[in-house]
Design a protein around this ligand. Structure first.
Ligand code: ZN
Length: 295
């Protein structure tokens, strides 16, 4: 049995084929171009391996509801050529195999809960802080969908008093998380590439404060057992101790839970599977789809 896994990103697609025990049989990466170029290439890869099930963790927004007529469609993305695009149906054209799709971050939280940083947790959040910000949420082991799926990257935050760009760079919202704290926001704040800046540059204190507000909001609204912070921005590991301390400060002693009061370094954590969290989660989605089809 072969499981196909696709982590569909806004800039690249990562495709892999695994056996049921998650041994990787093949993996390729291709740039995300227009669907009429990229999708036939992806379909050819999976068809060539004659996969028995497919799991997809995708950028969104997307329709994750299996009962919906537009299940597996990318919906209102700013990437115009992918807007309202039937990603999962196109990948499955001519192949009647079990399949499942979820957001890339929901796939990542599944993977971290089953095999990574949140093993043993029933409730966890995975936030990716990169060129954008997205959040995957699992409650009692199941990812949260609801009317759409969580879009925690766009929650409003209080601007930092020393932020030279307090409106942020999100075209939709004033002072939202992604607009204030994703990679492009940091770049806009420092007027260029932040990658060369030293850890003690003041912009990282501003960044940590935004991420701490995010963690405070997640703690108060979702009560997760772990908050996992992944994505390129978090490669700057000096952010973790700052975010933990600022989250504690912002909570102001209100949440009296041992893990938060005494073990913050086990509460706000990096992913264990990074950078493969999303791909592994896609595999797990595919394997679960196969298992439920077999009954
Ligand atoms: Zn926004």
């Amino acid at each position: 049995m072969k499981i196909g896994a696709l982590e569909a990103g806004g800039t690249k697609m990562v495709l892999a084929v695994y056996d049921l025990d998650m041994n990787e049989l093949d993996r390729v990466t291709m740039p995300t171009e227009a669907p009429e170029i990229t999708v036939p290439a992806m379909k050819a890869f999976f068809d060539g391996h004659n996969i028995d099930a497919l799991g997809v963790g995708s950028f969104g927004p997307l329709d994750p509801n299996p009962a919906s007529p537009t299940y597996g469609y990318i919906t209102s993305t700013p990437k115009l050529k992918w807007r309202n695009y039937p990603l999962l149906p196109k990948l499955l054209e001519g192949r009647a195999i079990p399949a499942a799709i979820d957001t890339d971050v929901n796939a990542a939280v599944i993977a971290e809960m089953e095999l990574g940083a949140a093993r043993g947790c029933e409730n966890a959040v995975y936030m990716t802080i990169g060129t954008g910000i997205g959040g995957g949420v699992a409650v009692h082991g199941k990812t949260v969908h609801g009317l759409l799926h969580p879009e925690a990257g766009h929650i409003p935050l209080r601007p930092h008093p020393l932020d030279p760009n307090p409106r942020g760079v999100c075209p939709y919202h004033e002072s939202c998380l992604e607009g204030l704290a994703a990679g492009p926001a940091i770049g806009a704040r420092v007027g260029g590439d932040a990658g060369q800046l030293p850890d003690d540059h003041p912009t990282f204190e501003i960044e940590a404060w935004y991420l701490a507000q995010m963690c405070m909001n997640l703690t108060l609204t979702l009560s997760p057992e772990k908050i996992i912070l992944g994505g390129g921005v978090m490669n700057r590991s000096c952010l973790f101790p700052m975010v933990r301390q600022m989250t504690l400060d912002l909570l102001g002693g209100y949440v009296q839970v041992d893990r938060i009061i005494h073990h913050m370094d086990e509460y706000i954590v990096p992913p264990k599977l990074y950078p493969l969290s999303g791909l592994v989660g896609s595999f797990l989605l595919g394997r679960r789809a196969l298992e439920s089809a077999r009954g």
